[in-house]
Design a protein around this ligand. Structure first.
Ligand code: ADP
Ligand code: MG
Length: 476
């Protein structure tokens, strides 16, 4: 049943039975995965042969091969075995198949998009880079960014990059600028602000801003239509490249590879790069080591969770900009209660100003309460000591039982101290109460743990980041 392939005939001939089985396998997959996924990944798949219980199929690129192997190998094999139980293993090879559909002409870009079933990114920046850059939000400028302790470093760094880059003798102060922080703390805002600044002060400079997801999309698309040269060309001719939310690139091998090369090429030519992510380079999972260290080369600036003062400042600024009259008491109430992120804070304020305009009456504390009860409830999330112990144990890969055990080996004692510290920070429990929850320890032990972790996080960056990460996970 094996296919015949000779050195003289690179076009492998597959036996009819194999092809018939394969057609049915594909039909099964299409039913199981749905049309969109099927077309995205299996359009160019070919059966090569079945030999010694091994089914061999091919895809035209390494990227597609890896993707299908990671995401669909099990399903493929199961479907194949359902048609032909003799197939017990699956191998996917890279083979640009002679019968693969040719690359569509450039004019059929629309059709190409339909094929990928992903919306085309629209552009505003740059002419010939039209399809690459994402639109900028007109509200996201430096002038509209309220600066406070938690974001002052990130803001200063972003400004510095924007100004240095727009100056006539342009320079690249730190490359890359890596901004990171939790959801809704202003990463995208700062990146757009850089783009706006450059656009106003140095309109001839080529700027590309896009999300890591779009970057991947563009890359996959280039692979599918074998236009990777154009892709490289487009990215490598920009002056300032900004990629938002790179955590989405991690784990996707060949996109990472391409990103790495683009990155290096740009840095070598002294072009500016700005990156954002939800974690620091050292905490990004699924990232290759060389990529991780490259990303940390320039300036890494953290956006910390907001403080009450910053939230109030933002609310004042936004209320003023909207022109609606919102009493200070209500703003203070919001700043106090809605602590998750700035996006929610804005949402709350918008609801209030809309209400004010609709009913034509100033909002009171009572009506604010009523209007926002769902948001307020969500922000009233209380963390329990159990949750803290569980998350910390998971994070440091120790047993939950070690949280209450008497073992004093550092490998378990340190995580236990971190958990005590977080319990003190995140719950209203007293030191004796916390001590009891950790296997009946004395309150002085808890106090010692809190002090110890405070000292350690100040001195040891890795531990500091661990604790910060845990804090964020617990509060989100
Ligand atoms: P991220 O990209 O970090 O998830 P965004 O940049 O999208 O967050 O910010 C979420 C929203 O909060 C945006 O509307 C943004 O304008 C606003 N925002 C965040 N931080 C500030 C700030 N310091 N001053 C003014 N607006 C802010
Ligand atoms: Mg963002």
């Amino acid at each position: 049943m094996a296919a015949k392939a000779t050195a003289l005939a690179p076009t492998i001939t597959v036996s009819e039975a194999v092809v018939e089985d394969w057609t049915r396998v594909l039909r099964r997959l299409r039913d199981e995965l749905g049309e969109t996924a099927f077309r995205s990944w299996f359009q160019e798949i070919h059966v090569e042969r079945v030999e010694n219980a091994e089914g061999v199929i091919s895809l035209p690129t390494r990227f597609l091969r890896n993707w299908v192997a990671t995401h669909y190998a099990d399903k493929l094999l199961a479907a194949w075995r359902a048609e032909n139980p003799a197939v017990r293993r699956l191998t996917i090879v890279v083979e640009p198949h002679p019968t693969a559909p040719p690359r569509p002409a450039p004019s059929s870009a629309a059709a190409a998009d339909a094929q990928l079933a992903t919306p085309t990114p629209v552009s505003e920046i740059g002419d010939d880079r039209a399809q690459l850059s994402a639109p900028l939000d007109p509200r996201f400028t430096f002038a509209n960014f309220v600066v406070g302790k938690p974001n002052e470093l990130a803001n200063a760094a972003a400004r510095r990059v924007a100004e240095a880059f727009s100056a006539p003798a342009h320079s690249v102060p730190f490359n890359p600028l890596f901004l990171y922080g939790g959801v809704g703390l202003g990463k995208t805002h700062l990146m757009h602000a850089i783009a706006w600044h450059v656009r106003t002060h140095a309109p001839r400079r080529k700027v590309i801003y896009l999300s890591a997801e779009k970057f991947m999309y563009q890359f996959i698309r280039a692979l599918r239509f074998r236009s990777t040269m154009d892709f490289k060309e487009q990215f490598r001719s920009v002056d300032l490249l900004m990629i938002d939310d790179v955590q989405f690139i991690s784990g996707k091998d060949s996109t990472q590879e391409e990103f790495f090369h683009t990155f290096n090429a740009l840095v070598d030519q002294n072009r500016q790069i700005v990156i954002s992510a939800d974690k620091s380079p050292s905490d990004l999972e699924g990232l290759e080591e060389r990529m991780r260290s490259r990303l940390g080369w320039g300036l890494v600036a953290d956006l910390h969770p907001t403080t009450y003062e910053l939230r109030l400042g933002i609310l004042h600024a936004k209320a003023e900009a909207s022109g609606a009259k919102v009493p200070d008491k209500v703003l203070e109430f919001l700043a106090h209660k809605i602590t998750s992120n700035v996006r929610e804070l804005e949402g709350a304020l918008n609801r209030i100003t809309a209400h004010t305009q609709l009913v034509g009456r100033d909002i009171t504390l009572e009506s604010a309460h009523e209007l926002l009860h769902d948001l307020l409830r969500a922000n009233e999330r209380h963390v329990t000591i159990d949750e803290i112990q569980k998350k910390v144990a998971e994070h440091f890969n120790i047993k939950m039982a070690e949280m209450t055990s008497a073992r004093r080996a550092r490998i378990v004692a340190r995580p236990r101290q971190v958990a005590m510290y977080l319990a003190k920070q995140l719950t209203p429990r007293s030191l004796p109460e916390i001590g009891r929850k950790f296997g009946g320890r004395d309150h002085t032990t808890v106090m010692h743990a809190v002090k110890k972790i405070e000292e350690l996080t100040a001195a040891d960056r890795a531990l500091g980041e661990d604790v910060e990460l845990l804090r964020r996970m617990l509060l989100s």
